[in-house]
Design a protein around this ligand. Structure first.
Ligand SMILES: Nc1ncnc2c1ncn2[C@@H]1O[C@H](COP(=O)(O)OP(=O)(O)OP(=O)(O)O)[C@@H](O)[C@H]1O
Ligand SMILES: [Mg+2]
Length: 412
């Protein structure tokens, strides 16, 4: 499985080595049942890792349950996780299965695991060691087969010192540790992320995309981002909504990130991430992804229309048939979560109505045509993979069949 398609499928933006290593490790451990501990500062993107692990493993058709241990009150967490018998405590009017029973055969993500009370840690350790647990208020031992992925932004070693976390559980959970880097250690991804969020929020709020002056770009790159990607996302959202001016200058940025460093400006900005795809190429991938969402939506609407017996024009009926057969070949039918692929070029498929809307964000000086850029991207991918179509299609996140047709269509 290649990293690029995982990124597209889960909406992960970034090309830094540390991020890619985290994705790579997730893919390696996915087919096993090994417990995984995901670590990293707050807002670094830990929550996607257990989803990758679940969806690329043999448990993908079984349940995936995410539990925020910090959000469950100490008094109810045991019953939530392990279930209870009728009358186990006041208000327990009937017996109830816990998440460990519900997720049998699947995966449980224990988020903010450092917040788990000590008595629950004992129960968890037992499940990890033997697969056994007991419902609250019962004496009967039950069995379950659950894979555990846990996450924390806390220093667990320190929690062990403070006797708030069991050392034996720590060793059990962290058979494999996946570390998510803070944003300041993946500076090459800052502008990519900003632009992705800027595109998303402009879509969400139906407003033109915000963009940065060279000076504010440099400030963004220099900043330490204590709240990591979440902070960057929040700030991009605030600016997108509040500011009328869409070009964000140094002074505007200062209003939203008051502690941002304004020294050492201006400097040269490295707009390219290594010799791989440039950020503009990745933005076009994002646009294709949006195009794909529209494609899905249209297919869904037509499908519903069909099911409800709403009269469909002959054109629509033909179109529905066409995209359904297209969808089946592209997504192979019964995947629980279909990988995101670029739809085949088709005049009926909704395309971005006005590419110039994206001008600010992508800073395209030459052609703004999506088609032209798609063509360039394909050429680039073919060159990169020395005309090996399979590899190029993979990198582009499209099927080989679609690539073949596009090569013919664009006469590449
Ligand atoms: N590489 C990425 N590309 C796009 N969006 C990302 C990426 N990483 C994180 N995000 C977004 O940033 C936000 C914060 O990520 P997430 O909730 O996974 O953080 P976290 O590591 O779990 O933080 P905490 O420890 O505070 O719970 C989410 O909205 C997530 O979608
Ligand atoms: Mg989280």
């Amino acid at each position: 499985m290649d990293i690029q398609s995982v990124k597209l499928r889960f909406g992960i933006i970034g090309n830094s080595e540390k991020l890619e290593r985290a994705i790579q490790t997730s893919l390696r451990v996915a087919p096993t049942d090994i417990s995984v501990l995901v670590r990293g500062e707050s807002g670094t993107g830990k929550e996607v890792i257990p989803k990758i692990i679940h969806n690329y493993g043999h448990r993908k058709h079984k349940r995936y349950i995410a539990v925020n241990c910090g959000a469950l009150p100490e008094g109810t967490i045991d019953s939530e996780l392990f279930g209870h018998e009728k009358g186990a405590f006041t208000g327990a009017n009937s017996a109830r299965k816990g998440y460990f029973e519900e997720a049998d055969g699947g995966t449980i993500f224990l988020d903010e695991v450092a917040e788990m009370p000590l008595q629950t840690q004992v129960r968890l350790l037992r499940v990890l060691e033997t697969g056994e647990f007991i419902r609250v208020g019962s004496s009967k031992t039950l069995k379950t087969d659950v894979r555990i992925v846990a996450a924390t932004n806390k220093d667990l070693e320190e929690e062990i010192q403070k006797e708030k976390f069991r050392e034996d559980l720590y060793y059990r959970l962290s058979t494999v540790t996946i570390q998510l880097p803070p944003l300041r250690e993946r500076k090459e991804d800052i502008l990519l992320l900003f632009r992705k969020f800027a595109v998303d929020f402009s879509e969400k709020y139906n407003m033109p995309i915000i963009s940065l002056t060279d000076e504010s770009m440099q400030m963004m790159i220099n900043h330490s981002w204590q709240g990591n990607i979440r902070q960057l996302k929040n700030i991009t959202e605030q600016i997108s909504i509040i500011e009328k001016e869409r070009l964000i200058t140094k002074d505007l940025l200062l209003k939203y990130v008051p502690n941002i460093d304004t020294k050492n400006l201006p400097a040269i900005i490295n707009k390219h991430s290594g010799n791989d795809f440039s950020e503009r190429d990745i933005l076009y991938k994002v646009l294709f992804e949006m195009k794909n969402d529209l494609f899905h939506l249209k297919s869904l609407v037509l499908d519903i229309q069909g099911k409800n017996g709403v009269n469909m024009s002959a054109d629509n009926a033909a179109y529905l048939q066409q995209i359904q057969s297209e969808g089946q070949t592209q997504w192979g039918g019964n995947e629980s979560m279909a990988p995101i692929n670029v739809p085949a070029s088709n005049n009926n498929i909704v395309s971005i109505s006005s590419p110039s809307e994206y001008h600010d964000s992508v800073e395209v000086e030459e052609s703004l045509s999506l088609e032209e850029n798609e063509k360039q991207l394909i050429k680039k991918a073919l060159k990169k993979h020395r005309d090996k179509r399979k590899l190029a299609a993979n990198d582009l996140g499209i099927s080989e069949r679609t690539l073949y047709r596009k090569i013919k269509e664009y006469d590449i």
